[in-house]
Design a protein around this ligand. Structure first.
Ligand code: CDP
Length: 233
């Protein structure tokens, strides 16, 4: 059975919804890697830190007391020093600044180290921007999710509404565009499809259909691993 499943893609491509469901189906650990970059950003904003200071932000990334607990409905809840920050991590303020923080090489180094340590455990599903390329380059199954901009904007607007943030479509579109641009253009671990990742366009697919497509890839991988193992004998 593949141990590492890497799911990458731009904002609103549906990564976290499907990654969580796949982890639940497989009994694997789910890690939303964006939450770590969001937590660094939130703490830095609260402390009024200079978002261009790599030393301060990297220290923060290495030492932040971020905790995650699974709620009864299977959704993750995030805590910083005991305070729940689940909605705040996905606020418009954090959305507007997170890509700036995530492009700092020293921050990425700290976060990547943490993620690779976590991945030492048994089965893991991680979603993000650089999982298949940098964090888990040897993941047995890599998926790159895509969707039309208007669909991604609609999904993001609905998600913001569900958390109590009501923004006009144009503002959400501007944020998504800007984040896509910064994430793709940065020199350190940019948003990019790994050469061996399977592309799934989720524009017209329900989350369940995307989950089924990825589970099919995992089963196919499982079969080919078994065949390879068989060849050794
Ligand atoms: O959920 P959504 O796709 O909007 O974002 P996210 O996965 O929470 O990631 C938020 C931001 O963190 C991204 O726009 C990236 O700037 C950064 N990020 C990253 O650089 N690398 C990752 N592996 C995950 C997130």
């Amino acid at each position: 059975m593949p141990k590492q499943i890497a799911i990458d893609g731009p904002a609103g491509s549906g990564k976290s919804t499907v990654a969580r469901q796949i982890a639940r189906k497989l009994g694997y650990l789910y890690i939303d890697t964006g939450a770590l970059y969001r937590a660094v950003t939130l703490i830095a904003l609260r402390r009024d830190n200079d978002l261009n200071d790599p030393t301060v932000l990297a220290d923060l990334a290495g030492s932040m007391p971020l905790e995650v607990k699974m709620k009864a409905d299977g959704q993750p809840a995030y805590f910083i020093a005991g305070e729940e920050v689940t909605d705040e991590l996905r606020s418009p303020e954090v959305n507007g600044k997170v890509s700036e923080v995530a492009q700092i090489a020293a921050v990425r180094k700290q976060v990547t180290q943490k993620l690779q340590t976590l991945a030492g455990r048994k089965g893991i599903v991680m979603d993000g921007r650089d999982i298949g390329t940098v964090v888990l380059p040897n993941a047995e199954v890599k998926v790159f999710l895509e969707a039309d901009l208007s669909t991604r904007v609609k999904r993001r607007q609905q998600e913001l509404q569900s958390r109590g943030f009501f923004l006009p479509t144009a503002a959400v579109e501007e944020e998504v565009r800007q984040r896509d641009l910064t994430d793709s253009a940065r020199s350190e671990a940019p948003l990019k499809r790994a050469a061996d990742a399977h592309i799934i366009d989720t524009t017209h697919l329900s989350p369940d259909a995307v989950v089924d497509a990825i589970i099919a890839l995992i089963k196919r991988q499982k079969k080919s691993t078994r065949q390879k193992e068989g060849d050794c004998f």
